[in-house]
Write a protein that binds this ligand. Structure first.
Ligand code: L34
Length: 293
């Protein structure tokens, strides 16, 4: 069993990005500029946006967080998004999800200029991704592909089972892995809450990607010997054994599943750090006008 060390790979990719930013600056260009909008004070969102800020600084980007209270109206938030769409100084921006219940996430996503949508959530980017046109690919699926590339994991002809059909993870990763070409050519099965006999399906997976948000859902009996297992889930459970008072749990019961795997991601330190790095990659692309010219 080998660990897919997301932290290590993320550090390497950040170094590569930092070098490129250095070159841009050396030749008189401006560093990429990323803005993150954070509404309210959700603990996990604060952590994730904090990581995005820190990583942006590490690679030499300009970045800032625009904070709003969770009392902001949908109308006002949409107006703020419009301002950033028009701001020539901003290359890319994201609105951290989830949003308070009175704000439509879909409306917010559709208000973002696809050219600045470095989350790759806008229907234009999703549609372009699906048909293989240049696009911003959402960060978690892109991070998983990056991890496979760096560990030389073969995908062609493999059966990949994806647990979960969310717009930001399950559906796009299933799509990417089924596409023609390197890091694709998988036979893909998507399972979800209405699937029947999930264990009998996951047992046929050469590659198992789990993104359902249920701590410890995948147990040893659900996994084939030698499978590659990617755990996207992060559930915070109260604990008196950690400094922070929280322990993070993946969707996979790591201790019992890991011995059966050829490769497996840990939580934390697996997919999470690559999600951050893929956002940086998209922002660099945005500043170079690589996707839309
Ligand atoms: N708009 N909303 C928007 N874009 C995104 O790409 C996200 N996501 C998801 C939630 N909402 C979003 C993230 O940023 C999930 N996500 C995310 C980002 C970073 C990490 C995990 C999820 C991460 O850094 N994970 C660390 C542990 C962090 C901790 O201590 O809690 C890890 O090692 O897995």
């Amino acid at each position: 069993m080998e660990l897919l060390d997301g932290k290590k790979i993320a550090d390497k990719v950040k170094q590569e990005i930092a070098q490129e930013v250095e070159q841009i600056k050396a030749s008189g260009g401006k560093p990429p500029n990323l803005v993150a909008i954070l509404v309210g004070h959700d603990g996990a969102s604060e952590t994730y946006v904090g990581h995005k800020e820190k990583a942006s600084a590490q690679v030499g980007f300009n970045s800032s967080v625009l904070r709003f209270e969770d009392t902001i109206t949908e109308e006002d938030l949409l107006a703020e998004i419009n301002k950033i769409n028009k701001d020539p100084e901003v290359d890319g921006f994201i609105v951290q999800m989830p949003l308070p219940k009175h704000i439509s996430e879909q409306k917010v996503i559709e208000a973002i200029d696809p050219k600045k949508d470095v989350d790759g959530f806008h229907p234009v980017n999703v549609g372009r991704m699906v048909i293989g046109l240049p696009s911003y690919v959402s960060a978690t699926p892109d991070g998983i592909i990056e991890l496979f590339k760096r560990y030389n994991i073969q995908t062609a002809g493999k059966h990949c089972v994806v647990l979960g059909r969310s717009n930001i993870v399950g559906r796009p990763i299933a799509n990417l892995l089924s596409q023609k070409g390197p890091m694709g050519d998988c036979t893909v099965t998507i399972c979800h809450s209405r699937s029947k006999d999930i264990p009998s399906i996951t047992r046929t997976a050469d590659i198992l990607i789990v993104a359902i948000g249920k701590a410890g859902f995948v147990t040893a009996d659900m996994v084939k010997e030698g499978a590659v297992v990617v755990d996207v889930g992060i559930t915070r459970i109260k604990s008196d054994k950690t400094k922070s008072g929280w322990k993070l749990h993946g969707d996979v019961n790591f201790d019992e599943v890991a011995p059966k795997c050829s490769y497996i991601t840990p939580v934390p330190g697996g997919v999470g750090p690559l999600t951050i790095v893929s956002l940086l990659k998209n922002t660099l692309k945005a500043s170079k006008r690589e996707v839309y010219g």
